[in-house]
Design a protein around this ligand. Structure first.
Ligand SMILES: [Zn+2]
Length: 387
């Protein structure tokens, strides 16, 4: 089975290299826009679309014209990729998946380019054709062969490289688990494991929420189009990036630890408890839970282990893990409860144990296969760092 893995690293270009990156992004933007208008004018003239081959040879001709000679300084495969990107944009249009492709502009922050295949990562550096070896903040080794690399400058002026690699794993079921765990997703304790371990919700989420509120208010007071407004905008983007990096680092560490320590992770399908009170923290938490589930599943697959989703209608909290009786009178606020059988329960720990038992039951019944067969979705959520 072939799996794809996605990575994203912050780049640390020197001043000269940064100029090179901007030059590549500029060439990409130029060719993208050129291809877009060339397709339009060709269609107007001939009543049919220009073939990819023809457009590609026009590009070659364009590169030897005196006024566009500078295009030779950009990687030629990168420019070919820009043509393919325009093709794809039109395909999406024809399939009615998106609107008419728009021109790329500096102002809208289109500082990006993509290079197929040849990008290498070695010793904390990434090789960018025509730019050279650029230092990156590499949080972990890159596995598999590179399928594509996208270089992008974000709203705060930082450059990132996003890589997609492909690698092979054996096409058989992982061995039967000997060290499984159940995970209950909570609010006060973000995660409670069936063996009693608890992970508290990180403090940074709330601190960041306050800071975000402040910079956003600040932004709303600035005059549209002013320089101060641009500055305030960058500050908001900066806080967003920081929060999402912190959250992502936290979750990645957690899910990596889980899939390293246990060979079967049983968890809930979704966060169904409606825990958070305010709208904002609600959405933040939902996103975190969704991301948790996604990471646990692909990391389990990568490391050849199991992950089991327990259905959202499974009464994990209300079931006594000792006698199996369902406590119908329980409310959301009950942290502790006493079962008729005499067992005193901690709500979350009991739930984690039930999730483990139900997960193992599903696994034994062979009802989880489709979930383990899934690979890593290739597109990363915005602002996250894969590892
Ligand atoms: Zn009981």
């Amino acid at each position: 089975m072939k799996l794809r893995k996605a990575y994203r690293f912050r780049m640390r270009p020197t001043k000269t290299q940064e100029v090179g990156l901007y030059r590549m992004a500029g060439a990409r933007r130029f060719i993208y826009n050129w291809a877009l208008s060339r397709r339009k004018s060709y269609y107007a003239e001939h009543g049919k679309g220009i073939s990819a081959r023809e457009l590609s040879s026009e590009l070659t001709a364009l590169k030897s014209k005196p006024e566009t000679l500078w295009l030779k300084e950009a990687d030629s495969q990168m420019l070919q990729q820009a043509l393919r990107d325009v093709d794809r944009a039109f395909e999406a249009l024809f399939k009615r998946r998106s609107r008419f492709p728009r021109l790329r502009s500096k102002k809208a922050g289109h500082f990006t380019f993509r290079i197929p295949q040849r990008v290498r990562v070695e010793d904390g550096r990434v090789y960018v054709p025509k730019v050279g070896w650029v230092r990156i903040r590499q949080s972990r080794g890159v596995e598999g062969t590179t399928k594509s690399a996208t270089f992008k400058r974000d709203a705060t002026g930082h450059w990132y490289v996003a890589l997609t690699t492909e690698f092979e794993i054996p096409d058989v079921e992982p061995p039967a688990p000997v060290n499984p765990v159940g995970v209950d997703l909570g609010l006060k304790d973000l995660f409670v494991l069936s063996d009693g371990e608890r992970v508290r919700a990180p403090r940074f989420a709330r601190t960041a929420e306050r800071r975000l509120g402040r910079v956003q208010k600040d932004l709303s007071r600035k005059k549209p189009g002013s320089r101060r407004r641009e500055k305030a905008k960058r500050r908001v983007a900066g806080v967003h990036r920081k929060v999402s990096n912190q959250r992502s680092d936290f979750l990645h560490k957690l899910t990596t630890d889980l899939t390293r320590e246990y060979d079967c992770i049983c968890h809930e399908d979704l966060n169904t408890k409606g825990l958070a009170k305010t709208k904002l923290s609600r959405s933040v938490l939902d996103a975190a839970f969704g991301e948790f589930v996604r990471q646990v599943e692909y990391k389990a697959t990568w490391s050849f282990k199991h992950s089991v989703r327990v259905g959202r209608f499974f009464p994990s909290a209300k079931l006594c893990s000792e006698c199996g009786k369902v406590n119908v009178n329980m409310t959301l606020s009950d942290r502790m409860w006493l079962c008729e059988c005499g067992t005193q329960h901690d709500r979350d720990l009991n739930a984690a144990r039930n999730i483990l038992a139900e997960g193992m039951r599903l696994l034994a019944a062979g009802q989880t296969e489709s979930q383990n067969a899934r690979g890593e979705p290739v597109s990363l959520p915005r602002g996250s760092t894969a590892r």
